[in-house]
Design a protein around this ligand. Structure first.
Ligand SMILES: [Zn+2]
Length: 136
């Protein structure tokens, strides 16, 4: 395994992709060597991540405006397959948002499917990585 190539990949990842990756990052999905590389890169890019987060407009979240508008946290927006409720994928920076808008992250399986719980109808839903990309 070429660790330096993996490291490069995360070092060169666009910041929005990296933040989205972080939102679903689960250490246990990676081998310890890879984990270490990812965490090194995350540390190196911490400032970038922080300033990206500050740039994210989130007025529509705080004011309870139209969550379907195409601004702000688009890449992490998610819609429940059951009740069509729209919210955000839980991440390290979503503690500040109203709980009722956060789809709790339950985990990821070995095919890359992500499991989330709808805050509205409490249904557990699985999303393929492709479906998450669609919400960009
Ligand atoms: Zn729902």
């Amino acid at each position: 395994m070429d660790i330096s190539a993996i490291k490069k990949r995360y070092e060169n990842m666009p910041i929005d992709e990296l933040v989205t990756f972080l939102a679903t990052y689960n250490k246990d999905d990676f081998m310890p060597e890879v984990q270490q590389v990812i965490e090194e890169v995350l540390l190196e890019r911490q400032d970038e991540i922080d300033s990206y987060k500050q740039q994210e407009p989130n007025e529509d979240i705080e004011s309870g405006g139209d969550p379907s508008s195409d601004s702000g946290l688009i890449s992490r927006k998610i819609k429940c397959k059951d009740c069509d409720y729209q919210g955000l994928v839980e991440a390290y920076d979503t503690q500040d948002y109203p709980k009722k808008q956060i789809f709790k992250l339950l985990g990821k399986d070995n095919q890359g499917y992500i499991y989330l719980r709808c805050p509205n109808c409490r249904t557990d839903i699985s999303y393929s990585p492709f479906e998450l990309i669609k919400f960009k």
